[in-house]
Design a protein around this ligand. Structure first.
Ligand code: 4NP
Length: 158
């Protein structure tokens, strides 16, 4: 059985597509890409059908990541059953996911990305949409660091 990981933000055009690409890079580097299925979604449908934000793409590309995802809204009836773990970028995303949950087993799948960070410096992956380039760089910094923690967590629990 593959390990199925879903990253979730608001628009699914900045943070969660970047999380998807960074985590795919981590498992590839570990030689374990074939045992993972990694996807992303948004709590909103504002950007459904859109590719990743051009600014997020640019900053990701500078670090060697290619963002391939097309925005889609989170689908409670499919995604809660299909994925083993659902990782929200911030507390708003987590709150909205909890609102959509149907039972305790759904809620048990929910985490914050920063739950897996060992620095304790950030409690969310801050929304970069209305800010400048530093915000996009910070998103990738946090995703790379917390992504390693997520990988270790999955190795010890799944
Ligand atoms: P994301 O960023 O949740 O990281 O994809 C955002 C994208 C779009 C909007 C807000 C945040 N928006 O308001 O349209």
């Amino acid at each position: 059985m593959k390990r199925k990981v879903l990253f979730v933000c608001l628009g699914n055009i900045c943070r969660s597509p970047a999380a998807e690409a960074v985590f795919k890079g981590i498992v590839k580097q570990k030689g374990e890409a074939s045992i993972y299925e990694i996807d992303s979604a948004g709590t909103s449908d504002y950007h459904a059908g859109d590719p990743a934000d051009a600014r997020m793409n640019l900053h990701a590309k500078k670090r060697g990541y290619v963002l391939t995802s097309i925005s889609r809204p989170f689908n409670p009836n499919r995604d809660f059953d299909y994925f083993d773990i659902i990782v929200a970028m911030d507390d708003d995303n987590l709150f909205n996911l909890k609102q959509m949950s149907r039972n305790k087993s759904d809620v048990k799948k929910l985490y914050r990305m920063t739950d897996f960070s060992s620095t304790g410096k950030y409690s969310s992956v801050p929304d970069p949409y209305y800010g400048g380039s530093q915000g996009f760089e910070l998103v990738i910094d946090i995703l790379e660091e917390a992504g390693e923690g997520l990988y270790q967590h999955l190795n010890s629990t799944l």
